[in-house]
Write a protein that binds this ligand. Sequence first.
Ligand SMILES: *[C@@H]1O[C@H](CO)[C@@H](O)[C@H](O)[C@H]1NC(C)=O
Ligand SMILES: *[C@@H]1O[C@H](CO)[C@@H](O)[C@H](O)[C@H]1NC(C)=O
Ligand SMILES: *[C@@H]1O[C@H](CO)[C@@H](O)[C@H](O)[C@H]1NC(C)=O
Ligand SMILES: *[C@@H]1O[C@H](CO)[C@@H](O)[C@H](O)[C@H]1NC(C)=O
Ligand SMILES: *[C@@H]1O[C@H](CO)[C@@H](O)[C@H](O)[C@H]1NC(C)=O
Ligand SMILES: *[C@@H]1O[C@H](CO)[C@@H](O)[C@H](O)[C@H]1NC(C)=O
Ligand SMILES: *[C@H]1O[C@H](CO)[C@@H](O)[C@H](O)[C@H]1NC(C)=O
Ligand SMILES: [Fe+2]
Length: 428
Amino acid sequence: MGRFQGLLLLALVLNLVFVCNGGTTSIFVRKDEKSVDMPLDSDVFHLPSGYNAPQQVHITQGDLVGRAVIVSWVTEDESGSNAVRYWSENSKHKKLAKGKTVTYRYFNYTSGFIHHTTIKNLKYNTKYYYEVGLEHTTRQFWFTTPPEIGPDVPYTFGVMGDLGQTFDSNRTLSHYHLNSTHGQTMLFVGDLSYADDYPDHDNVRWDTWGRFAERSAAYQPWIWTVGNHELDFAPEIGENKPFKPFSHRYRTPYKASQSTSPFWYSIKRASAHIIVLASYSAYGKYTPQYQWLEEELPKVNRTETPWLIVLMHSPWYNSNSYHYMEGETMRVMFESWFVKYKVDVVFAGHVHAYERSVSANILYLVNYTEPQPNYSAFREASFGHAIFDIKNRTHAYYSWHRNQDGDAVKSDSLWFFNRVWKPVDDST
Ligand SMILES: *[C@@H]1O[C@H](CO)[C@@H](O)[C@H](O)[C@H]1NC(C)=O
Ligand SMILES: *[C@@H]1O[C@H](CO)[C@@H](O)[C@H](O)[C@H]1NC(C)=O
Ligand SMILES: *[C@@H]1O[C@H](CO)[C@@H](O)[C@H](O)[C@H]1NC(C)=O
Ligand SMILES: *[C@@H]1O[C@H](CO)[C@@H](O)[C@H](O)[C@H]1NC(C)=O
Ligand SMILES: *[C@@H]1O[C@H](CO)[C@@H](O)[C@H](O)[C@H]1NC(C)=O
Ligand SMILES: *[C@@H]1O[C@H](CO)[C@@H](O)[C@H](O)[C@H]1NC(C)=O
Ligand SMILES: *[C@H]1O[C@H](CO)[C@@H](O)[C@H](O)[C@H]1NC(C)=O
Ligand SMILES: [Fe+2]
């Protein structure tokens, strides 16, 4: 019987107890200090100098197959140019791509000029330099396109979620970013800035988060999933449209996978087919997301992309009392499909602690968090990031790097065997 593994990652609170029947509960418990937001004058939030200097630069995949990149950035003084100049490492020939500029208001906040420009027809496996802010202060960055899609193409993904902008967030991002063998693309499983924790959802905290994440997100694509902190639904201050700040600031290539919404879509990258789902958009029968997923799953070609990865925010398997069973309704809708289509791995966030579960089709009992349930294979009250390192069509190496006393420590790791190319009987 096919099964898939689910992983929940991430960042705050909670006290897991150590009794275990199912898998392992790590004895590590992070210091029970409340995570404190970095103050506005922190080094990681510094504005780049120069008139109308581009800030909050970030990139994401811009098409279905990895030959396009969406570059986004913000200018504050005036709109300025929305063009991106780019050239490949081995070429002196510079090209120009033009985009769109948007602004939005949220309660009494007015955004800067938010630019989104898609660069297309890139060569695979090539380093590109790019520049933004072409009329005034110009800043230069670079990225590397993925190799051409193929079944045995090795590729390394980083996985992170619930990042926020606390001192812990800085440790998590630094451990990922400063490790010389970090991932080539970030799978971000939702909850970006937590601006909604501030009075009136102070959107200035969306700007600071953009500047904080830039040191990674400007150089490798971050694949966006929406979480509950992207909702920014606040009718009490007249903000009735969910996802307003996120939608203006972050783009996804959803049309390329025939999706009708930026919150659910798919991409192919190297040897992986990645499906992004929206925990906070309707997914019941007959809804657009349900219909899209029903049509999407049979399209996945495991000969071309052996690895089928799903991202979502709210986990289906969570033995932590925090957010317990919030993912249950979506599990009921889609779990059997995931089994049928042999999803290899699901990455989710939301819980602010780490848990790796074993499989699908579990008996998920209400209130059953102790003893550790059988579906829970490893859990630990830690912040950190994960790496999913695809070696070929059969093998991927997964590791969890927790933050501890300022260092990154690898506390959970295992080989993943592809569900189609190397099925293993894990029914026991
Ligand atoms: C964030 O981390 C970076 C890299 O470790 C460090 O240089 C910087 O000072 C940190 N900033 C804060 C506010 O913790
Ligand atoms: C928005 O309103 C809050 C109080 O309701 C105030 O503290 C803040 O300064 C205002 N911001 C702007 C940009 O007017
Ligand atoms: C799946 O991908 C392989 C390799 O690219 C291709 O030969 C095959 O035709 C594809 N199958 C379908 C049904 O598209
Ligand atoms: C967990 O597994 C053990 C040993 O296989 C079994 O005795 C127990 O009934 C299982 N518990 C649940 C809730 O499935
Ligand atoms: C796939 O990768 C694994 C792990 O690196 C390796 O042991 C195995 O031999 C590889 N398979 C092939 C066909 O190269
Ligand atoms: C850096 O990444 C590599 C590969 O994922 C890992 O083996 C190593 O433990 C990481 N180093 C730290 C300090 O996390
Ligand atoms: C869940 O367990 C708690 C105690 O841990 C108990 O008070 C509650 O009644 C249980 N609920 C259900 C539905 O079993
Ligand atoms: Fe969340």
